[in-house]
Write a protein that binds this ligand. Structure first.
Ligand code: AMP
Length: 185
């Protein structure tokens, strides 16, 4: 078997194992939502390591300078990906959490709005940033993270998610960025 097909075989096996370790919880946090619970996957240390390695590998050759994780589950995957790719980690946080001067991007929710912030000195022009989160749903959150990076004069080199809920159209909202998800639902 050739090297490429061996890599593909391992990735396919990892996808099967990762999917089996994500628990579906109906009607959480509110009626009608099927919540994808990643905690069983995190509870398997070997699988967690393999999954973060695979997520980082999508953009390993993208010339990244930073990885940005979206609060809060984006931190869980973003920090080990940053370490594996040997780039600094930037936490994108909900408003009012970061202590120094921040820049902010607001985004619409189903009801109301929310915002993400990073420290104003976290990025410089010319940086190439990987955006990391657990789930790509409607894409509103990740798009806000992209705009935050771009408003700092930096570039989004890619976006990576553990899983993508394809029916919600997040990938289309992130058009123009290089988007990868380990799993699709
Ligand atoms: P969105 O902005 O719609 O793409 O939503 C993405 C954010 O909401 C991510 O940070 C996810 O952690 C979370 N999220 C959305 N839908 C789900 C779901 N069905 N299961 C788990 N997390 C979700």
């Amino acid at each position: 078997m050739g090297r490429v097909s061996e890599v593909e075989r391992r990735l396919a096996a990892l996808r099967v194992e990762a999917r089996a370790a994500i628990r579906d919880v109906a009607d959480f946090p509110k009626p009608g939502i099927l919540f994808r619970d990643i905690t069983p996957l995190l509870g398997n240390e070997r699988l967690f390591v393999a999954v973060t390695a695979a997520m980082g590998a999508f953009h390993a050759d993208a010339g990244l300078t930073h990885a940005l994780g979206i609060e809060s589950r984006g931190f869980i995957f973003g920090a080990p990906i940053a370490q594996a790719l040997r780039v600094p980690f930037i936490p994108a946080r909900k408003p009012g959490k970061l202590p120094a001067k921040t820049i902010r991007e607001e985004y619409a929710l189903e009801y109301g709005s929310d915002a993400l912030e990073i420290h104003a000195d976290a990025l410089t022009a010319g940086a190439r940033v990987l955006i990391v989160d657990d789930v790509l749903a409607t894409g509103g959150t990740a798009l806000a993270a992209c705009r935050l990076v771009e408003s700092a004069g930096a570039r989004v080199a890619g976006c990576v998610f553990l899983l993508e809920l394809t029916e919600l159209g997040g990938r289309a909202r992130l058009a123009g960025r290089d988007v990868h998800a380990l799993l699709t639902y």
